[in-house]
Design a protein around this ligand. Structure first.
Ligand SMILES: *Cc1c(COP(=O)(O)O)cnc(C)c1O
Length: 396
C-alpha cells in the first residue's frame, strides 16, 4: 500500500487520537527512514527518543530474532534470564540497586508513584501520599500519570482525577519548599523536561531538591523516560547534577525500539514492595529484555553517550548559527542530543516544510522545535539537517 491508501484505511479503522502527518514510515536504517512511497527522510525524531541506537541496529535485530526463535514469552512466575541480565547492566551503570520491568513510560511512573506511597506509609506514616511534580512536566497518559503531569491540557475532560498530586514551577526551590505539606511523600521531576518545551533543570535546583528531600523525609523520583539512556550526554541525566535520586523511571530508548519500561530504586526504597504488591504480565518478558540487553550494550560499547555529548555540542553550534540569521528564533537550549529551538511563532509550518525536504522533526509545545536524532548521528548528517532546516526557516 502507498501513503495515501494507508492513511485512508487508517482514518477508517484506527481510533482518532493522534494528529498524524500524511505519511506511513515502512522501513528504517540508522538515522534514515523511508515512507510507503519510497521517499527517504533523515530522522531527527527517532520515534520520540526511542531509537537512540538508530533504526534496526544489527545487534538489536539479531538479539530479537534469536530470542524469538528460543522463547517469546515467559511469565514472571519464573526467572527470566534476559530480564536478570538487563537489570544487572542497569544497576552496574547507575546508582540504583533494584529494577522492576513494565511496558511503557506511563507504567514505569505508575510503579514509581505506588512504590513511593508504599515506602512512605511504612516509614513516615499512613497519611503520607502526596507527590509534588513540576509545571510543564510530562509523565504519561494513564489516569495517575496524566494527573502527575503538570499541564492542564492533559487533564481536561478526564475528571475526576486521582488525588494526591500538586504542582510547582520547575526550577523554583522556594515554591517547592512552600508546597511541602503534612501529606507530601515525594518530589517527581524530569531532569530535562521534554514535552514541556525542552527545559533543563538548573544545577542549584536539582541539588536543592535532593537536599530538601533529605531534610524533610521525601523521596526524590526522576522521570528519565525521555532524557535517560545517553540522550543528554550522560548515561542518565541526573548524573549531570552530582546527586543520587531514590527512584528513576526509564522507557522509550530502553528496548532499542522494543516496548519496555523500567522503574529503578535504591535497595532500601525497593524493599517497600513485597511479592504481590506490583506486577505486569508482559513486564520484562524475554523478547523485550533481550532487545534491551542488546540496545544498552550498543550504547555502552559504541560509546554513544560520548557521541551524544560531542554531536550535541556540534548541533547546538549549528542551531546558534541559525539563531543569528533569523530573528524569530528566541532561544536554543537543552543538553546533549535533546535540544530545543524556541521561536516567536508556531513551528508546525516549519516541521511540514522540513518533512517535504526529507527531514523529520518534532515540536515540544506550539513554539519549540525539538531535535532528538539517534545518538550515533554523524557530522555529515547534522550538516545535512542544518541545511534543510535553514531552507525551511527561510521559507517560513
Ligand atoms: C514519553 C514520556 C512518558 C510516557 O511514556 P509512554 O511510554 O508513552 O507511556 C513519560 N515521561 C516522559 C518524560 C516522557 O517523555
Amino acid at each position: 500500500m502507498r501513503n495515501l491508501e494507508i492513511k485512508e484505511e487508517g482514518q477508517k479503522y484506527v481510533m482518532n487520537t493522534y494528529g498524524r502527518l500524511p505519511l506511513a514510515v515502512v522501513r528504517g536504517k540508522g538515522a534514515y527512514v523511508w515512507d510507503a512511497d519510497g521517499k527517504e527522510y533523515l530522522d531527527f525524531v527517532s520515534g520520540i527518543a526511542v531509537n537512540n541506537v538508530g533504526h534496526c541496529h544489527p545487534k538489536v535485530v539479531e538479539a530479537i530474532a534469536n530470542q524469538a526463535e528460543t522463547l517469546l514469552h515467559c511469565s514472571n512466575l519464573y526467572w527470566i534470564e534476559s530480564q536478570v541480565k538487563l537489570a544487572k547492566i542497569l544497576v552496574e551503570n547507575s546508582d540504583f540497586d533494584k529494577v522492576f520491568f513494565c511496558n511503557s513510560g506511563a507504567e514505569a511512573n505508575e510503579g514509581a508513584v505506588k512504590l513511593a506511597r508504599k515506602y512512605a506509609k511504612q516509614h513516615w506514616g499512613e497519611d503520607k501520599y502526596e507527590i509534588i511534580t513540576m509545571k510543564k512536566s510530562f509523565h504519561g497518559r494513564t489516569l495517575a500519570t496524566l494527573t502527575a503531569t503538570g499541564q492542564e491540557k492533559f487533564h481536561k475532560g478526564f475528571e475526576p482525577l486521582p488525588q494526591g498530586f500538586s504542582y510547582v514551577p520547575f526550577n523554583d526551590l522556594e515554591a517547592l519548599e512552600k508546597a511541602i505539606g503534612p501529606h507530601t511523600c515525594a518530589v517527581m521531576l524530569e531532569p530535562v523536561q521534554g514535552e514541556g518545551g525542552v527545559l533543563p533543570g538548573e544545577d542549584a535546583f536539582i541539588k536543592g531538591v535532593r537536599k530538601i528531600c533529605d531534610e524533610k523525609d521525601l523521596l526524590f523520583i526522576v522521570d528519565e523516560v525521555q532524557c535517560g539512556l545517553g540522550r543528554t550526554g550522560k548515561l542518565f541525566a541526573y548524573q549531570h547534577y552530582g546527586v543520587e535520586p531514590d527512584i528513576m523511571t526509564l522507557a522509550k530508548a530502553l528496548g532499542g525500539g522494543a516496548p519496555i519500561g523500567a522503574m529503578l530504586a535504591k535497595e532500601k526504597v525497593a524493599a517497600g514492595f513485597k511479592p504481590g504488591d506490583h506486577a505486569s504480565t508482559f513486564g520484562g518478558n524475554p523478547l523485550v529484555t533481550a532487545a534491551g540487553v542488546a540496545a544498552l550494550n550498543v550504547i555502552l560499547e559504541e560509546d554513544l553517550v560520548h557521541n551524544a555529548e560531542v554531536m550535541g555540542e556540534y548541533l547546538m553550534c549549528k542551531l546558534e548559527g541559525l539563531k543569528k540569521k533569523f530573528n524569530f528564533i528566541k532561544e536554543i537550549r537543552g543538553k546533549g542530543l535533546l535540544l530545543g529551538m524556541e521561536c516567536a511563532k508556531e513551528v508546525s509550518g516549519i516541521i511540514e516544510a522540513c518533512l517535504e525536504k526529507g527531514l523529520l522533526l518534532i515540536n515540544a509545545g506550539p513554539n519549540v522545535l525539538r531535535f532528538i536524532p539517534p545518538l550515533n548521528i554523524t557530522f555529515e548528517q547534522v550538516d545535512r539537517a542544518a541545511v534543510i532546516l535553514e531552507e525551511a526557516l527561510a521559507a517560513s
